[in-house]
Design a protein around this ligand. Structure first.
Ligand SMILES: Cc1ncc(COP(=O)(O)O)c(C=O)c1O
Length: 405
């Protein structure tokens, strides 16, 4: 979302007021944008697929409360995330737990509250769940996270194939034998796949759905189980940068419609609970990161704006979280009292850390009148922000977080 699109939903005046009222540096989340994204995804899925929220994208309690109010389920990846979504009021049966390294106490907590499914990612994990089930005389609802053969799969940031996630097809027979032999304890719900993140091609998302549906058919055929739920994972991308074509939602809606209507999948589609679990798509665009200018200085040929918040608060801006090349996010500046619409000047915007990696924007145009104590805003910072950043690095204050109505 570029800033013009953002300001068409939330006025710039409202943003300026919110920045002035907050104790930055930190994050502002805007309910209107979150709601707008939720409506867009619902429209795209036309009521045929349920939406869960991948908490790892932004576990802030105020975001989770809003997600809960909108009635979404949740994908959690740790005991901490499980507790956070329960605290936000998301019902246990609408929660699924995935992740390659679930600890015993986390599995136990998930079983005790009776979540919708623990999506099992190894035979070893399945055995632990079985032992817990015997020890506590408690059944466990489980799903199997399948790691499909990546020969067939296209994706953005790859999370299948030769990675630690899920159970590869070769290892499924042993897993399903254990499920079958312990069907009174391990209540098999269905399958889960999450193939990649930041996918911007509608055809790839639809094709990945087809891969999941084919996996479900194969699992039923090979192992004689009934699949009652198919979780297609998350990965829907957002527009961060200039010249990036956005995910075309009307095309995606059409492609999903075509896949779900294929005769081969009719039995599954009629009977199964179908789920997607995006994180970034839902919350990425609702968040702004803002920081104040501590120092303006010139070194060599460059004019620097040094901010009071940096990659310690937002690692993504500095090129973290799997980016190969750091690129500039959409940016704006709020100047105190001075005219903001006049001449501009080229700045390098950096954080306060003692590392050359702490660059938040390179060669960007900001008002020439920019002064110390003015504020710089970065758009599309609602996902993988504070919780995905090295917050303790250099012991600066923690970023604020505010939800704006
Ligand atoms: C299992 C699972 N589901 C959902 C997501 C959310 O991905 P995204 O934020 O790209 O939608 C992730 C991200 O890593 C994931 O691992």
């Amino acid at each position: 979302m570029n800033k013009e699109q953002f300001y068409s939903v939330v006025s710039r005046e409202k943003v300026v007021q919110a920045v002035r009222a907050a104790n930055g540096p930190g994050y502002l989340f805007f309910k209107d944008i979150l709601q707008h994204k939720y409506e867009a995804i619902c429209q795209c899925l036309a009521g045929r697929v349920q939406v869960h929220y991948a908490v790892k994208a932004n576990p802030s309690p105020m975001v989770l409360e809003e997600i809960s109010r909108l009635g979404l389920g949740a994908d959690v990846a740790s005991g901490g995330e499980l507790q956070a979504v329960l605290d936000a009021g998301i019902p246990a049966e609408k929660i699924e737990f995935s992740g390659p390294g679930k600890r015993l106490e986390e599995l136990q907590a998930a079983m005790e509250v009776g979540i919708g499914a623990i999506n099992v990612e190894s035979l070893s994990e399945l055995k632990k769940i079985l032992t817990l089930s015997r020890d506590r005389d408690r059944q466990a609802r489980i799903g199997v996270r399948i790691n499909p053969d990546m020969g067939k799969v296209k994706t953005g940031l790859k999370m299948a194939g030769n990675t630690q996630f899920g159970i590869s097809e070769a290892n499924l027979p042993e897993v399903f034998a254990l499920i079958r032999d312990n069907a009174n304890r391990l209540l098999f719900q269905g399958i889960h796949l999450h193939i990649g993140s930041q996918v911007l091609e509608a055809s790839v998302i639809a094709e990945n759905m087809r891969i999941a549906l084919n996996s479900a058919l194969k699992v039923e055929q090979d192992f004689g189980v009934t699949v009652g739920k198919i979780n297609f994972g998350g990965g829907w991308g957002i527009n961060y940068f200039e010249n990036q074509a956005p995910l075309n939602l009307s095309q995606l809606s059409e492609f999903i419609g075509v896949v779900l209507k294929e005769p081969a999948y009719k039995g599954l589609v009629d009977r199964c609970k179908l789920i997607v679990e995006p994180g970034r798509f839902l919350v990425g665009e609702c968040g702004l990161f803002f920081a104040g200018i501590v120092t303006l200085k010139q070194n060599g040929t460059l004019d620097f704006a040094v901010l009071d918040g940096g990659m310690n608060h937002n690692y993504l801006l500095a090129g973290g979280m799997g980016q190969v090349i750091r690129r500039n996010f959409e940016i704006d500046a709020i100047c105190q009292g001075a005219e903001e619409d006049g001449e501009t000047k080229t700045f390098t915007v950096v954080g306060p850390l003692c590392t050359p990696q702490d660059v938040l924007a390179n060669n960007v145009e900001l008002p020439e009148v920019l002064a110390e104590e003015d504020t710089v805003l970065f758009f599309n910072c609602g996902a993988y922000g504070a919780s995905a950043s090295p917050l303790q690095f250099l012991s600066h204050p923690q970023p604020c977080e505010e939800m704006i109505d």
